[in-house]
Design a protein around this ligand. Sequence first.
Ligand code: GLU
Ligand code: MG
Length: 470
Amino acid sequence: MTPVADLTDPVPGGRPGDVERATALTGELSGKGVHGIVLSYVDTAGVGRVKTIPTAKLASAAAWGVGMSPVFDTFLANDSIVSTDVLGSPDGDLRLYPDLGRLVVLAGQPGWAWAPVDRITQEGERHPGCTRTFLRTLVAEAERRHGITFQAAVEIEWAVGQGPAAAGEFVPAVSGPAYGAIRQVELSDCTADLLAALAAQDVDVDQLHPEYAAGQFEISVGALDPVAAADRSVLVRQTIRAVAQRHGFVVSFAPAVLAQGVGNGGHLHLSAWRDGTNLHSGGAGRYGMTPEAESFAAGILRRLPALTALTAPSPASYLRLKPSQWAGVFTAWGRERREAAVRIVTGTLGLRDQAANLEVKPVDLAANPYLALGGVIAAGLDGIASAAGLPEESAGDPARLTMEEAKARDVRRLPTSLTEAVTEFRADDVLRDALGPVLADAVVAVREGEVAAVDGWDPERIAAAYRWKY
Ligand code: GLU
Ligand code: MG
């Protein structure tokens, strides 16, 4: 069964049918030896935060939620706290509601199940700082108003280190070459357990392979609706970490595990659909794109400088976002062009109507996946609404374009620092409106807090500070 996210808001007393469903699930889970449930969400800074409950409390959580302070909306990755006009106060409480349809038994953590949560107020209102609610609402509105649905997936790259890490250092657990057969053998038992765990959790894995950087691996998974895809990205990372730990390894999803060299990306794959038809295939535009798909891509491209505040939210993100490392640091697009920020994937002949999509590369795994996907979708939808024109394609490395060529294609270098990204985001009304004032202010305050936290630090110190946070 394909997992789908529940797009309805939680309500006090429980969403219709949820309490009965939770009661039935409790028996099932207990029978499987599940003692506790991890209730998971991601904060504005991109750090995964949780509460856990014993299995017996699931029905109560489905009805009334579980309490948690809203202060985490303005937490930084180092656990210090900033504030906005409305967020960051020690006062108040929110209710965390599990999405029961997304609950899974964690194969890598015996005794535990996991579910993503939405957060509402004690008065039963949407919490404007809840990033899952933001994405859920955006996706539901896109379907209701424009008849457009989406399929999305987040690629995950990570570095495997020898554990326990001495003094926060990273010592690669494998030494074989990039994409190397040796490296695959070196981590054979751990990756086999990972595949088994993900299969048991209904995650359809497309590929798992040794990547380029020291100790680096990558996994790609099947596409789902955007909310479920964001949930899945959190779940897959939890599973990778848990399985690695059982093998005595530590893992880092940080954008830059080391200050120099290739980092960990979290590329987004996204396609827009209408009435079951993929808008990125079979159209009269370039590479079979429909005019709407071209405008969707154009909308994303023109907002990428501002979007980096959502997709590359850490000071460490800018150690990764460098030219010629396949991280896509120019507002360029192209078919299967790995230095372009937006890569058009047509899929192979015979599969195109299903497989065609676009890939957004300047995204890392410090990004809150709900915010990153929501921001990119909002930018794309604005592109469709304004019939944005897609400029000419860029071939090769955009770093090599002459000034005139770059200008003709609207190719800009993306922000080279988090400070620049925040400046772009502040000036972008479309993105700020999409997020709403509370969430947009939280993004700005948290990013500025991260910038201040590393003021004057050299790249090595920045990489070390964020190495084990994501
Ligand atoms: N590691 C690269 C990045 O930081 C991506 C490599 C790839 O294309 O898979 O985005
Ligand atoms: Mg990769």
